[in-house]
Design a protein around this ligand. Structure first.
Ligand code: OOB
Length: 544
């Protein structure tokens, strides 16, 4: 991997290759093969637009040629912030064809997150929509560039849609027009190394600011294939992408990549409402989709209206946050589909319940590892393995779990054990069957219905409010989101209200979902014996 990233030891790599997990094929080459093997099959559907595999392959060439015309090439990082539109997939494979590295951003990310991603990755370009959800991303990019200042890595902004009035913004259509020139189809030097960096995912944050997760062609393709095998995908699979495409769950568990690697069809939903989704299920014969828990009651209720034909839908995955047993039990019968719980992480390890697991396991556990070579340890505070059934921290290593965050040497020394296990920060119980039950978390993060809120990132901004002298963001139980965020603040005067703090957080350039749901003023923040803010005590006091 580039940049002297920590990577798998040679013995492990050899084992993963020998087992057939790592196949030595880049994503660019995979699409080339699929473009022939499945040429006339439909690969991607977005509204009235559809691309066969041959067309997707040709489009990747055109996008690659256009990007190359901008000087983007092998190893360059490019932040991709696109909503659920086919262009996400076209740009992603265009970048793969160049050996360039997409950095997955979420549509809701704002100045701070995008700026952080650009700085941390050293990105040379950002790909954004013109507008999305009544928000102007060209304007956002103007702010990001102003904040980054001159002399940084960022050279280009590529806009899908109307490029608007700004200079040095390139329209996606212009890239395509560029690429239709046969001379422009030169996508550069041969295929990159399948062991090289293929993409960067954003971590939810364990401590401090969010980190970047390096994923290689070999490991990420295996991530998708291992999940595809568990879900028994084949050429008849029609996957509906309901959650954001940039989310690892939607993209590769098995999601978009798993479906395309199996020769199936990916249908893109512009929003996660059951009405939008069920219309697409009926029209396209969707067989598989994935949801986060807050969507489950809405989908269950709409399906129960009886006005939809959901016969084609065979499997519905739910993951990203803890699903309640009640919701797990009601979802399957309502949709007439098999439920699958998925407990995964952008860092690697994906756990899934199996399609033939007894109902009880499906309803009460978060599944077991996708690969036979995933190694899982459940340990106590001293790092000693605990017996099955006892809660402990989940440590993991394996053929698609990172060995170190991107350019984060200091953090890597504590985020991994000396023998390469990733400390997930999740507290789990393991059953004798290998199934895991997520019972808690020791990382400083709030999981709001699957959307991760790194507490430190928000606290840093709360402290820039003139009325706040100390702040701690804590997760508390919530009926709708599973968890919501409460900011405990110390203020010499009157504490600002929730609305004002939300406006402040937005002005600071953070994504809207990171604004605290509630503000609680306290005289002081309680401290633990070692002098850290005692968030458990705050949560307990709040519960009372
Ligand atoms: C998925 O990935 P991330 O990176 O956004 O978040 C990972 C964290 C896990 O460490 C865990 O704390 C939590 O999200 N989580 C769950 C869960 N699935 C994820 N907690 C309880 N129950 C679950 N089913 O969220 C992600 C990535 C790939 C597939 C599915 C989810």
């Amino acid at each position: 991997m580039t940049d002297a990233q920590p990577t798998w030891p040679e013995a492990e790599s050899a084992r993963y290759r020998a087992a057939g997990h790592w196949q030595g094929i880049t994503f660019g080459a995979r699409l080339r093969q699929a473009g022939t093997a499945h040429a006339e099959r439909v690969a991607v559907v977005d509204g009235d637009r559809r691309w066969t595999y041959a067309e997707l392959d040709a489009e990747a060439d055109r996008v690659a040629a256009g990007l190359r015309g901008l000087g983007i090439g092998r190893g360059d990082r490019v932040v991709v912030q696109l909503p659920n539109r086919a262009e996400f997939v076209l740009v992603w494979f265009g970048l793969q064809r160049l050996g360039a590295v997409p950095v997955h951003a979420m549509p809701g990310h704002r100045r701070r997150e995008i700026g952080h991603l650009v700085r941390l990755s050293g990105a040379v370009a950002c790909v954004v929509p013109d507008r999305h959800a009544r928000f102007d991303h060209r304007e956002l990019m103007r702010e990001v560039r102003a904040e980054l200042g001159p002399g940084g890595s960022l050279r280009h902004v590529v806009v899908v849609g109307d490029p608007g009035p700004y200079e040095d913004v390139v329209a996606f259509d212009a890239l395509r027009a560029n690429g239709t020139d046969p001379a422009g189809l030169d996508t550069g030097p041969g295929d990159p190394d399948p062991g090289a960096l293929a993409l960067l995912l954003l971590s939810g944050g364990t401590t401090g600011l969010p980190k970047l997760i390096p994923r290689t062609h070999d490991d990420y393709a295996y991530n998708a294939r291992a999940c595809a095998d568990v879900c028994a995908l084949d050429t008849r699979t029609v996957y509906l992408a309901v959650l954001p495409l940039g989310f690892n769950f939607t993209f590769a568990c098995p999601g978009v990549l798993g479906t395309l690697m199996a020769g199936g069809t990916v249908v893109i939903a512009p929003d996660p409402s059951p009405q939008t989704a069920f219309t697409l299920v009926e029209r396209e014969g969707v067989t598989l989709t994935s949801l986060t828990p807050p969507l489950v009651p809405h989908w269950t209720e709409e399906a129960a209206s009886g006005s939809w034909d959901l016969d084609s839908l065979a499997v519905v995955q739910v993951g990203g946050a803890r699903l309640t047993e009640d919701h797990a039990r009601s979802l399957g019968p309502a949709l007439g589909a098999r439920v699958q719980q998925v407990f995964g992480m952008a860092e690697g390890l994906i756990n899934l319940t199996r399609l033939d697991d007894p109902d009880d396991l499906v309803h009460t556990t978060q599944g077991r590892p996708a690969s036979p070579d995933d190694e899982v340890l459940v340990v106590d505070a001293g790092g000693r393995p605990v017996p099955d059934g006892t809660p402990g921290e989940l440590l993991t290593r394996g053929p698609y779990t990172l060995r170190g965050y991107y350019r984060a040497e200091a953090h890597n020394r504590t985020a991994f054990t000396p023998d390469g296990y990733y400390r997930s920060g999740d507290v789990v119980r393991r059953l004798p069957s290998g199934h895991l039950v997520v019972v808690g978390r020791i990382k400083d993060q709030i999981n709001r219905g699957g959307e991760k809120i790194p507490a430190a990132e928000v606290e840093e901004q709360l402290l820039t409010h003139p009325a706040i002298t100390a702040a701690a963001l804590v997760g508390v139980p919530d009926e709708r989101w599973g968890e919501r965020s409460v900011a405990f603040v110390v203020c010499p005067g009157v504490a600002p209200g929730t609305r004002e703090v939300a406006a402040h957080v937005r002005t600071c350039g953070l994504a809207g979902h990171k604004a605290p749901d509630e503000i609680v003023q306290v005289p002081v923040l309680p401290l633990t014996a070692v002098g850290k803010v005692d968030k458990a005590a705050l949560a307990r006091a709040y519960a009372r």
